[in-house]
Design a protein. Structure first.
Length: 271
């Protein structure tokens, strides 16, 4: 998406936030800043790492944001709604005709604010699709397919997709559910996997890795990061249980989230 205007990146997660989303958005912003003026609207307070500052780097504007814990659903929802509203007004101030604004689906209200602000200011907008709501909530049976909430969210999505200029998917199978929305067309969809600029290669073994020193396995299965309500930890645990008598195979699980609590429960029950 070439533009004579500036690029605005709107993201709740950005360094110094250590999350994967923050790292991805920072990598994108810094790469685009080589050829364009880039402004980042960040919901992550704190001092930026040295690698994110200086000439040729994005200019970061902090948006006041207070993130509640994942278990506090009502407070978290209100804080995310407030962040989306603040981002909308910041975009109204910063955007001009010809600019491009890029955002991501976290929190889920943010893309609506970005699409609306871009339309109001005559700018173009692009969304990196990490999660598709309410579809994911229907698949996990949190929402019913025909419920009022589901139908309302789908109607809002149709309006948002009509306003967006591009939707970037990170999975090959995202196109079909996206095209079920009336506002989406195939020419808006771009499939770009995370870290697409990296050359595929096996990661070299490090003899200083403390986990490998403690384990004698020749083949190690790893699972790390956030394991949320959309993941199925029982599949991973069942695989480990079936291979428990294989001395050359070890499973190393590290992370957080509701799914990891379930993993620890399964491990305790199986002794």
């Amino acid at each position: 998406m070439q533009s004579q205007g500036k690029i605005v990146v709107a993201s709740q997660h950005y360094p110094p936030d250590p999350s994967t989303t923050a790292a991805i958005m920072a990598e994108i912003a810094c790469r685009v800043a080589v050829d364009h003026e880039v402004i980042v609207l960040s919901g992550s307070p704190g001092e930026l790492p040295a690698s994110q500052t200086g000439p040729g780097k994005p200019r970061v504007i902090a948006i006041k944001n207070r993130m509640a814990g994942k278990a506090a659903l009502v407070r978290r929802g209100l804080s995310e709604l407030l962040f989306a509203a603040r981002t909308f007004f910041a975009l109204i101030r910063e955007l001009k005709s010809g600019d491009v604004v890029l955002t991501v689906t976290a929190p889920f209200m943010l893309p609506y604010a970005v699409a609306a602000a871009a339309r109001c200011k005559g700018a173009r907008s692009a969304l990196i699709m990490h999660d598709l709501f309410p579809d994911v909530l229907v698949m996990t049976e949190i929402l019913k397919p025909g419920s009022l909430v589901t139908r309302t969210m789908r109607a809002a999505n149709s309006l948002m997709f009509r306003a967006l200029n591009a939707v970037i998917t990170i999975g090959r199978d995202a196109e079909r559910p996206l095209l079920s929305y009336s506002g989406m067309t195939r020419n808006k969809i771009r499939f770009i996997p995370n870290w697409a600029t990296l050359v595929p290669a096996a990661r070299p073994l490090s003899q200083d890795n403390p986990f490998r020193k403690a384990l004698s396995a020749r083949f190690m299965v790893g699972l790390s990061g956030n394991l949320g309500f959309t993941h199925d930890p029982e599949i991973v645990f069942e695989a480990a249980r079936l291979l428990k008598d294989e001395p050359d195979i070890h499973f190393l699980l590290s992370g957080w989230g509701i799914g990891f609590e379930r993993l620890k429960q399964l491990q305790a029950e199986a002794n």
